[in-house]
Write a new protein. Sequence first.
Length: 259
Amino acid sequence: MKTSAPQGRSRLRSSRLAACCAVLAAFATGCGTVKTSHTARTGTEQLLLTDAWDQALAKIDFRPLTGVPVFLDTANATALDQGWIVSSLRQAMLAQGVLLRTTAEQAQWIVEARVGAYGTDSSDWLLGLSQTTIPPTFSGVPTGTLPEIALAKKTDQIGVAKLALFAYDRTSGQLVWTSGTAQAGSNAKDVFIGGIGPIKSGSIYRRPEFMGVELPTPSDLASGFATGEKEAGSRTAEDVAASPLAPSAAAADIESFAP
């Protein structure tokens, strides 16, 4: 018994449909979802603040306190990243030979630290048309929100830190040392050109980045990619811990600082 042509075409279509469904089912079984979340503070903000703090702390010379048992008073060193601030202070002092004590009664001198500034600022720059809302005015005139049209756009974030310390004799209360005021800043820039971006740059990055890829700088193009070494004279808390400053001549004679 022969099968008619319409029935053959119908069976062919059915087989093709079944094959397509099988392929789709195979791909569907491999699908998944990714859960994302956001912290209350951005990572960029935290990097800006701690980087500015590290730069300011690196300007403090603790060598006059070398060999003296001191107690670090951090009651006035309050900021968002309290743990980082206190720990980095202790690390910098220990790295330069200061003898830290856990209680004031065990110390000869009391070192008091204070924070004068610890925060961020931001500014935006736009070449083009900013987002505009058209209010209802006359009948027949369309209303709504016009989207932003940017030929070029830049967002600049700045972190600022300011600190100072002083020491006094626990028994007499006489002032024996002051650090002076140390202030430093860090920055992060996001640049968009014709809607393409962001191109990230600033002190918290080793070099400019675009979509997570580091971009070569003019110096890289001239002499190959940089090794990532910091400029001479810029010492962070990690630098101080790795290679403490050599003791000064004044610090060698601790008795000269005694009241």
